[in-house]
Ligand binder design. Structure first.
Ligand code: GDP
Length: 320
């Protein structure tokens, strides 16, 4: 960060609609520097009354399914209607690989230069839990800034889908039949999170296969979820701009017809956020009391099998 902006600088930047300030505010909430963390908290608190008005849309799918192509095309459809869009990513791979699946390649080139769009790549070097709490705060910042839509993208790996579904109003799952995305391959738990399935790349010779897959997915979802909102299955070609309007209509139908469900989701998500902050606070307060030497020694004892894991954990807890 170039210079430390004050809380008032940020607030003034938000009211002037200054994108540089928004980007800096997100950097602020991603920072682990104690002063930044404190200012970040105050900023979120100050901006909270301005939040809650955006449509929060989660988008998930395995690498290569067509997420960035879809987000670019869908985002451009929205901006062509004079709606503003922020794109955030939750990338669980950054910690493990050092790089990231979502962040490394140049993605969404056209949307990136669209004045109504704002794209923010995933913070790197954090655990999924860390990424998640920063993303939640980034969502709030983008909402306070006034974006109509916030798209939160994640790779369909491990826990990240659950994490993202806990931050959004509607969760879209992108699938590509015949690439391992067959019904049997999708964990039941994931289908339970989904509010809409989108089959991608419906532009080649496989139109019939895709229609059959849509039908099968729809049947499975009907069996799985027979009350409330039954997720629809739609196909599209982001490359050929086909089916995107229909997807938008379905999403709007969801937002109009599921007001109670969305309000309930947001309340539960707030409770979830509350516990996440309590959890983080407790960790920070108590774990910071341990010195690195004790931690290193204990870890060595475990590695050398001179201390069992439960014993080591009990020892540390007693120390705190
Ligand atoms: P991501 O990894 O999920 O973000 O996937 P990408 O959006 O990067 O797309 C992966 C590949 O699929 C790229 O080569 C895209 O050009 C291609 N692709 C994406 N959408 C479509 C589509 O609608 N039709 C076709 N034929 N190819 C697509």
């Amino acid at each position: 960060m170039k210079k430390n902006l004050s809380l008032d600088d940020y607030v003034a930047g938000f009211s002037k609609h200054d994108r540089t300030i928004l980007a800096q505010a997100i950097t602020l909430v991603e920072s682990s520097n104690k002063v930044h963390v404190e200012t970040g908290k105050q900023l979120i608190e100050k901006l909270l009354p301005l939040t809650g008005k955006s449509k929060r849309i989660g988008i998930s799918g395995t690498p290569g399914v067509g997420k960035s192509t879809f987000i670019e095309a869908f985002g451009k459809l929205l901006t062509s209607q004079n709606k503003s869009v922020a794109v955030l990513t939750v990338d669980p791979t950054s910690k493990i690989s050092g790089g990231s699946i979502l962040g490394d390649k140049t993605r969404m080139n056209e949307l990136a230069v669209d004045p109504l769009a704002f794209i923010r790549p995933s913070p790197s070097g954090l655990t999924l839990g860390g990424v998640a709490s920063r993303t939640r705060e980034s969502i709030l910042l983008c909402e306070a800034f006034g974006f109509d839509y916030i798209l939160i993208e994640t790779v369909g790996v491990g826990q990240s889908e659950t994490t993202v579904s806990q931050m959004v109003d509607i969760f879209l799952m992108l699938l590509q039949p015949g690439s391992g995305d067959d019904l049997q391959g999708i964990k039941r738990g994931i289908l339970e999170l989904v509010d809409m399935v989108i089959v991608t790349k419906d532009d080649g010779d496989n139109h019939q296969i895709i229609q059959k897959a849509c039908h099968d997915y729809q049947k499975a979802l009907h069996i799985l979820r027979h009350e409330g909102w039954i997720p629809s299955v739609l196909s599209c070609s982001a490359l050929k701009n086909k089916g995107l309007k229909e997807i938008q209509e379905k999403i709007e139908e969801y937002f109009q017809s599921q007001i109670n469900l969305i309000s309930l989701k947001r309340k539960e998500q707030n409770i979830n956020w509350f516990w996440q902050l309590v959890d983080e606070g407790i960790r920070e307060k108590y774990l910071s009391k341990l010195n690195t030497q004790t931690i290193n020694e204990t870890e060595s004892l475990i590695k050398d099998q001179n201390l069992s894991v439960p014993e080591a954990a009990a020892k540390i807890i007693k120390m705190i």
